[in-house]
Design a protein around this ligand. Sequence first.
Ligand code: DQA
Length: 156
Amino acid sequence: MSERKLLLLNGPNLDRLGRREPHIYGTATLSDVEQLVREAAAEHGLSVTCVQSGGEGVLVDAVHAAADAACLGVVVNAGAYTHTSVALRDALVGSKMPFVEVHISNVHAREPFRHRSLLADVAVGGVFGLGVEGYALAVQGLVAHLRSAGVLRSVG
Ligand code: DQA
């Protein structure tokens, strides 16, 4: 399996992007997001495995599979599981893969239950409130982290 690979993980309801509350999440679809991330990663010679699921266990299993496949890092929008899932947090921490947390909306300007993230304190960093462009910024941040950690060198 490629050593120059990232995992893009999208949680529940993100398959509904484009139709789901467009005033909050915009009109881009999940497939648009996946394309955006693939393009951002390709600039650094990285390929992307894309997984979306409404199932917490499926997301956990995808993290394990990515770690076993020597993925270098993860861009994750865990959706509502961000606020609830100890299992996903444990999987990400246990995988040792660095990850960047993304939220399309500004979760801190919304309901109080969205202010808490079970991922934020163990993430490399996070992007929120910048729409789907935040995913591309997350790739940039993850790549910068991998470079400074000496895991990733220049494209080639
Ligand atoms: C979200 C914010 C979460 O609170 C929500 O449950 C989502 C999407 C975002 O991208 O803004 O499903 O992660």
